[in-house]
Design a protein around this ligand. Sequence first.
Ligand SMILES: Cc1cc2nc3c(=O)[nH]c(=O)nc-3n(C[C@H](O)[C@H](O)[C@H](O)COP(=O)(O)O)c2cc1C
Length: 202
Amino acid sequence: MTSVPAFVEQRRSIRAFTGAPVDRTVLDGLVEAACLAPAPHHSRPWRFVVVDTDGGKRDLADGMGERWRADLAADGVEPARVEELVRASHTKLTTAPALVLGCLTWEGLDRYPDETRQRAEWGMALLSLGAAVENLMLSAADAGLASCWVAAPIFCPEAARDALSLPREWLPHALVMLGHPSPAYVARVRPAVPLGELRAHR
Ligand SMILES: Cc1cc2nc3c(=O)[nH]c(=O)nc-3n(C[C@H](O)[C@H](O)[C@H](O)COP(=O)(O)O)c2cc1C
């Protein structure tokens, strides 16, 4: 028998929100919680952009959408389906009460002359961004807020950066939608953790 702490179990990916905005001081608290995550070399190689204005959400959705449209077309997806997918994604992002965009920078990270270690260093930063995002989402759940990670920017960091006119060295890699959970939301059943398959002992 194992027991998972309730605060871990309670966080779910909730994609349906009421229209109520999220207070900026609350969003700042979530970003601060994110920034308490572990990171290599006592660095903080993250930058977080709170996108809670209609214009900001639209710019981000437009910029990433354009990139995705081109990728889907290059994959040979039918034009009508491309438009359907891009429009659904655009609506999802622009109707979320708030978005937090997690970016990575090289600040505080080590530089190596070889590609292998350079890539590993960036991978460490990416892992720490994941830890930061989990802190943010756990804190959101603790505050009674709904959150859901959106993968999109990792596929188009430059497009996301330029859509919001961010500094060149801020590279978006994670996006979280935030809001007050819709009362109509029903969590999908979470499959039990098959510990025997996912964990080994040596
Ligand atoms: C890196 C990452 C990317 C994700 N991208 C998306 C996404 O683009 N859209 C979405 O609806 N959910 C996304 N999710 C949420 C997962 O679908 C969700 O965490 C998973 O289904 C488990 O559900 P739970 O979070 O409620 O436990 C993402 C999660 C992670 C960690």
